[in-house]
Design a protein around this ligand. Structure first.
Ligand code: ARG
Length: 376
């Protein structure tokens, strides 16, 4: 039997054990207060829902399996989630929803913080039960690793009270600039009725965690994280973004002292000062290849998935294979690049970082920000 040890404090220490998601059965989810899809050209006009086409599932799974082979080839242990029937309707005593979503992006649901694996609350009804896909694995780790801490944030109610009434109607009719303005004020979809967060809105830098309020994470969610993690410093800040959703295509640490930034989403000047004060360099990522080209059909992510990368260690990065300018930039910064074709996975929920959750990286909790500044 393999021995399991849960330990991961940041995004760059040497990787030894990881979960990689699966594309099978992923749905364009039924409309709900948390999210509304509208893709008439690709067969899913507003109000409709259903599984993504078989052919797309097949290609995405090939790319995911290829990633697994690459990781295993480097001696990294890989586990996979259990696929459920995501087309089934689900209910709690408060509501019934016509569909689930899928299990391609484990990063949204789980986060490893040292020896703890934490299940996020999530904020879509279609994703309420997604943790079940990872339960067989978590149960196993719990039994195999005497030191593992298995935690789950309070399950949210997700009643109408958790969402601002009329949000989507207003949002639909807003310009990009108006959306940016609302984003800056964090006047978005979620109310503060109950703590809500997706794990992918958290970036781990050892003792410091950086969390963005977003379309799926509210301030109460960040407050909950702060109370839950007394040994960490949990920082909250906003990027200028018309649709903030998950931080891992925006602010990506590559190694101690170096963070990659999607310059289109301007960072809070206070955050920048805090990083500079602690001798961190912030590098603006080059323009992704797809900025002028089409994204795959049914994709709800942006071209910035180009920087949604997976570090194998402080010097080695798995990067989407076609993003050559990005590869060149990272090589220039001293990294070895492992090219991984992955754009066909995007419609299933994201890129290489989204598709993975690291369970073991060598190393311990370090303080990379010894100097305090302002509210940070
Ligand atoms: N919202 C990001 C973008 O479109 C994508 C981030 C996806 N991340 C994830 N963990 N699912 O740029």
């Amino acid at each position: 039997m393999e021995t399991t040890k849960i330990n991961s404090w940041n995004e760059w220490d040497t990787l030894k054990h990881v979960i990689v998601g699966r594309a099978d059965g992923t749905m364009v989810q039924a409309p709900e207060p948390g999210v509304v899809r509208d893709w008439p050209e690709d067969g899913f006009p507003k109000g409709t829902y259903g599984p993504l086409p078989e052919e797309m599932v097949h290609i995405a799974n090939e790319q995911l399996d290829n990633l697994v082979r690459i990781l295993e080839g480097r001696g990294i242990r890989v586990d996979r989630p259990e696929v459920l029937d995501f087309s089934q309707s689900v209910s709690t005593p408060d509501w019934t929803h016509e569909s689930m979503f899928g299990c391609m992006p484990p990063r949204d649901v789980l986060i490893t913080l040292g020896n703890e694996v934490l299940e996020a609350t999530m904020s879509y009804r279609s994703r309420w039960f997604e943790y079940l896909c990872y339960r067989p694995l978590l149960q196993r780790y719990f039994h195999e690793d005497p030191d593992m801490r298995w935690e789950a944030a309070p399950k949210p109610r997700l009643t109408e009270a958790s969402y601002r009434p009329g949000f989507w109607d207003e949002f639909e009719h807003m310009t990009y600039e108006q959306r940016l303005e609302r984003g800056k004020r964090f006047d978005l979809l979620l109310t503060e009725e109950e703590p809500l967060f997706d794990a992918a809105d958290i970036m781990r830098f050892g003792k410091d965690l950086f969390v963005q309020p977003s379309m799926v994470t509210n301030r109460s969610g960040i407050k909950w994280l702060r109370k839950h993690l007394p040994n960490h410093r949990v920082h909250e800040f906003i990027f200028e973004d018309d649709y903030p959703l998950h931080i891992d295509a925006t602010w990506i640490p590559l190694r101690p002292g170096l963070v990659l930034h999607c310059g289109k989403r301007k960072a809070d000047p206070e955050l920048v000062k805090f990083f500079h004060l602690n001798d961190w360099e912030i590098v603006e990522a080059v323009t992704p290849r797809r900025t002028n080209g089409p994204l795959p059909p049914l994709c709800f992510c942006s071209e910035w998935l180009a920087i949604n990368l997976l570090s194998i260690d402080e010097k080695t990065i798995c990067l989407e294979a076609s993003e050559e300018a990005q590869a060149e930039q990272l090589s220039g910064l001293g990294f070895e690049i492992i090219p991984v074709p992955f754009w066909d996975v995007a419609p299933f929920g994201g890129g290489l970082h989204c598709a993975t959750v690291d369970l073991y990286r060598e190393g311990t909790m370090q303080d990379y920000f010894p100097r305090r500044y302002g509210r940070f």
